[in-house]
Design a protein. Structure first.
Length: 135
């Protein structure tokens, strides 16, 4: 009887340890969406040859609707989709957009301690990824 109980406990521990999967947290996704918005703003500034100062952007009510596991460049990654509310404060006015959809690609690094935002380069037949560390 004792052997049976010990075997059951050992099986539970082995199963629990092997099923540990690191999923993106809502806080991580919020940071990734903010970083993606910042990268988009920088890209627009360069393309339009403008010198906008950064807007005061607030992300609220992040709702994750889908997390799809995949592999990008031989490392585990997730395509995360959802919605968020965005408030932009400009010097003389502010505006709010609700239920804005988002899609971000997040990749956990080999050591499992850090995540990166992956942004596919547009206008390519095969995706080339730009990678940004999420702090």
């Amino acid at each position: 009887m004792i052997r049976f109980v010990l075997t059951a406990i050992l099986l539970i521990l082995i199963t629990a340890c092997s099923s540990i999967v690191l999923l993106p947290t809502p806080e991580l996704v919020q940071k990734a969406v903010a970083l993606q918005l910042e990268q988009t703003q920088q890209e627009l500034n360069q393309q339009l040859d403008l010198n906008f100062q950064k807007f005061n952007i607030q992300l609220q009510r992040i709702s994750i609707t889908q997390q799809q596991p995949l592999t990008i460049e031989n490392l585990p990654a997730y395509r995360v989709r959802g919605n968020y509310d965005l408030t932009v404060k400009l010097p003389k006015r502010s505006f709010k957009q609700v239920q804005k959809p988002f899609e971000v690609y997040l990749q956990i690094q080999q050591e499992g301690k850090s995540w990166r935002l992956l942004i596919p380069e547009k206008n390519r037949q095969y995706p080339q990824w730009h990678s940004y560390l999420i702090l």
